[in-house]
Structures are given as C-alpha cells and as structure tokens.
Ligand binder design. Sequence first.
Ligand code: GAR
Length: 190
Amino acid sequence: MALRLGILGSGKGSNCRAILERIRDGSLDAEARIVVSDFGDAPILEIAREFGVPHAHVAPGNFRTILEPAAEQELVRTLQRADVELVVLAGFMRVLKAPMLQAFPQRIINIHPSLLPKFPGLAAWKQALAAGEKVTGCTVHYVDAGIDSGMILGQREVPIMPNDTPETLHARIQIAERELYPEVIGCLAV
Ligand code: GAR
C-alpha cells in the first residue's frame, strides 16, 4: 500500500515538486496526503495546489527557529487528521521539538544540503565553500532531538568547482537532492 506522506516546507518547494512528480508518474509508491507550511504565502503551497494535494498553513507563533508549543500541537493534529505515516521535511526551516517527535517517532525525515555529519545547521553549502572543500553533497536522515544529527538514510556527493559561488553550488546540490529524496522515500515505502 502506498506510503502516506505529509510534506512540510517553508520555501520554494523544489524537493516537494520532485516528490510529487515521482508519485504522479508512478515511479514512487507513495501518496501525498497533505503539504504544510509555516508561511502562508510559501511557493510550496502553490505547488500543492498545482498537484491537487490538500495543503495547510500552520501559523508558527512568535519564535523564529521553532514552532510555539501550541502551533506544534496544531501541526501534529493537522498531520494526524490527514492520516500521515511519514513526515517529510522539504526545506522546513524550524527545529521540531517533543510534540512532533513523540507523535511521529522515527517517522520524520529531512534533507540537508551537506554530507552530514559535516556542516549541520544553516546554509550548509556556504559552510562547505568557506571550508575549502572539494566535494560536498546532500543527506537524507531521520529527525531526532538534535540539529541534523539523526540516523543517515542516504547521501549523494556533489563536486565543488573552483569558480563556484554559493548560488551555483546550492543549485548543483539541489539537482542531487531532487534525485536522492524520492529514491530514499521509495526505499522506506517497501
Ligand atoms: C534544500 O536545499 C534543503 O536541503 C534545505 O533547504 C532547501 C529547500 O529547498 N534544507 C535545509 O537547509 C534544512 N536544514 P526547496 O524548498 O527548493 O526544496
């Protein structure tokens, strides 16, 4: 039976689009039950509309890097009502806390733009450039209580070119992300 996904994102949603395309063309045995954003005007919600997937905005409250506890409880209820089995973070830029981790134990995954455990945290591609790395990449991992520290499910390497800017490097990483994420979800679906 198709794996029931809830996709969470704060921004442009290119990973979400890649997943929805793979579901639509039949190469990923999953069902997108809902797309949720912490920003009411996030492009990822437009993508959900385009693909006919139910979508919701959960107002985050006043904190910047986490959801206020009441907002996180609302997120849990929203995902549970949608009967979500696996929570897929696709550019969701807030750290999840106990309400989500307890409601979906070992059932939340994230994609991160570096070869973890190297460069956790924000703008990982800039960190890799600044460190003078020759190779970076992306990682899909389970979400735990730490920052980008959960068990690694899959990685893809991406070369760093001598003339790369943060923008060119992130764009190259994102091409790899859009291949890796549906592939890892496919492995969890069997
Ligand atoms: C992706 O590059 C993802 O790896 C990154 O945000 C971008 C979202 O792009 N996530 C993180 O940095 C999480 N720590 P998208 O909205 O186009 O999918």
